[in-house]
Design a protein around this ligand. Structure first.
Ligand code: THU
Length: 134
């Protein structure tokens, strides 16, 4: 495993501790490595008005864009439980705005890396900026 990936997993685990998830009890941390090499972390932030909650991936993307980066080289998503914590459908779309089909999505749990899946496998036939060019 690369040193970058080790760092990203540690950052995702740390930020996951800050998750605000009093409604689901499901804590998620994410860490993006931007093309610049900088790391951006985010956790899920739930809300009493349920639909206003935000996923960890969305928080990490917000931190990345706020930090002046715009290209995702790879991302770690850390959840918990027996099933893989793959990004939800909305977050697959959010990631595709800043990543390509080959971009590795590393699915982790607190024990470490479970599986790496390219974004294109998670979101085939994606809709993107190219679709708007007519
Ligand atoms: N959640 C994420 O933050 N990322 C995922 O990839 C899956 C789900 C959050 C949303 C919500 O706060 C909680 O997990 C339960 O769905």
């Amino acid at each position: 495993m690369s040193a970058d990936l080790k760092d990203m997993i540690a950052r995702a685990a740390a930020v996951r501790e800050n998750a605000h998830a009093p409604y689901s009890g499901f804590h998620v941390g994410a860490c993006i490595r931007a093309a610049s090499g900088r790391l951006y972390a985010g956790c899920n932030v739930e809300n009493a008005a349920y639909p206003q909650g935000q996923c960890a991936e969305a928080s990490a993307i917000g931190a990345m864009v706020s930090g002046g980066d715009g290209k995702i080289a790879e991302i770690v998503v850390m959840g918990e439980g027996e099933r893989l914590c793959t990004p939800c459908g909305g977050c697959r779309q959010r990631l595709s705005e800043f990543a390509g089909p080959e971009t590795p999505v590393h699915i982790c749990d607190p024990e470490g890396l479970r599986q790496t899946i390219p974004l294109g496998e998670l979101l085939p036939y994606s809709f993107g900026a190219d679709n708007l060019e007519n």
